[in-house]
Design a protein around this ligand. Structure first.
Ligand SMILES: [Zn+2]
Length: 409
């Protein structure tokens, strides 16, 4: 008995020692690998003619490392190219828009998909462009922006609305939460706001869901998985929630998401025009792309975006231009007039439910009114813009960033 215990103890000690030795060996191996990588990397940076015999021998000795490093370089370059903004020159742009105009005219059922790129001219930064929210957050930089409710529909929004009125566009599917399509006058039946609308809060306790359109950003206090806005339904008293769908959430509200409208539109589409979207998120929604059909039976894709998109290879035409530039050329090609946004005609004012007197101080966001004019670019010039925290714009990043800031202070 005693003998066995001693043996077990002995084995325990020896296996622990072995394990430690093994770990140490692994660490040493990793370290020596890192050294080799650094050495080979240094040699590779030199032009071939300047390498000494010794250095050339290093490369020959570590062929695998040389191969791995050059693979990494290729991957880095591809990634870099995908993030770069590319601009077609004026001549090319005109040619491409001419082709687009033909497609628009010939289409039986043209559906438009839009992303943040169509709102950049309205001083709303995009997500994945070089100065986009996502890119900035990836780099650990703070994101601030002027009050988003000051934004107004852009030329692109107005052109889309006009093309719908002329029966050339049948439906618009947007990932933007800025409400600008609605404010351009596009009828709600022709619109799917897949990720919600920052001006709309709803009571899901009421049946059917009761909707409250407001004249301010209702998402001030909401974030990922926390959608309560703090205000209450005037019919049943339940807390209202915003309509925003954050990354990692699944949107189930019928309106303003209107998934049914989006799916029906995609099903019937023969041409899809994608404007200002990286398509990285839209790509994941299978029903938007008819991928269950053979390639030649799918709708033809026309993509307008400055950066690479995962659908570029499948596109009939990729236009590397700003949405407003492309749309104004397109409208010219179609012999139409570019409509101008008129605040007095903005449907949000007739859709809105006024706050009850006791709710008036339930938010701190700017209220849009028919009178006040937006101050252009105040964010860039005065630097006194509101840092956007939480709400739809922070997209769940806000919390982490705030905490980090506190920790530093
Ligand atoms: Zn209710």
């Amino acid at each position: 008995m005693n003998y066995r215990m001693a043996e077990e103890a002995d084995t325990g000690v020896s296996s622990r020692t072995e394990r430690k030795a093994l770990e140490k060996a692994k660490i040493l191996q990793r370290e020596s690998e890192r050294k080799i990588f650094r050495l080979v990397g240094r040699v590779l940076k030199k032009p071939e003619a300047e390498r000494s015999e010794e250095e050339a021998a290093v490369l020959l000795l570590h062929k695998d490392t040389v191969e791995e490093l050059s693979k990494r370089k290729v991957r880095r370059n591809v990634l870099k190219r995908k993030q770069e903004e590319v601009f077609d020159d004026a001549e090319e742009l005109r040619n491409k828009v001419r082709q687009l105009a033909v497609a628009v005219k010939q289409a039986n059922h043209l559906v438009v998909y839009t992303g943040a790129g169509i709102s950049t001219a309205a001083s709303i930064p995009d997500y994945r462009g070089p100065n986009g929210v996502w890119t900035q957050l990836q780099k650990g930089r703070a994101v601030s922006s002027s009050d988003l409710s000051k934004a107004e529909p852009t030329l692109t929004h107005m052109c889309i609305r006009m093309l719908h009125k002329e029966n050339m566009v049948k439906h618009v599917v947007s990932q933007n939460c800025d409400g600008l399509h609605l404010r351009s006058g596009l009828p709600r039946t022709a619109l799917s706001e897949l990720h919600g609308n920052m001006f709309i809060e709803v009571c899901v306790a009421c049946s059917p869901v009761r909707e409250y359109v407001r004249l301010f950003d209702v998402t001030e206090r909401t974030s990922l998985h926390r959608h309560g806005t703090g205000r209450r339904c005037s019919h049943c008293g339940s807390e209202l929630r915003d309509t925003i769908v954050h990354f990692g959430e699944r949107g189930t509200l019928e309106q303003p998401l209107n998934w049914r409208g989006a799916a029906e539109a995609a099903e019937m589409a023969d041409v899809i025009l994608c404007l200002g979207s990286s398509l990285k998120v839209l790509k994941k929604y299978n029903c938007l792309w008819c991928m269950n059909r053979p390639a030649n039976k799918r709708p033809k894709l026309y993509i307008v975006n400055l950066q690479w998109t995962p659908k570029d290879d499948l596109a009939e035409l990729k236009i590397n231009g700003k949405c407003d530039d492309v749309m104004s050329l397109l409208i010219e090609q179609l012999n139409c007039q570019v409509p101008v946004y008129d605040r007095a005609e903005d449907p949000i004012f007739s859709l809105a439910t006024p706050l009850r007197p006791e709710e008036l101080d339930s938010h701190n966001r700017e209220v849009i009114s028919t009178e006040n004019k937006p101050q252009d670019n105040s964010a860039d010039t005065t630097g006194q813009d509101t840092a956007v925290q939480g709400g739809w714009f922070g997209r769940g990043y806000g919390k982490g960033r705030k905490n980090r800031k506190k920790a530093v202070l």
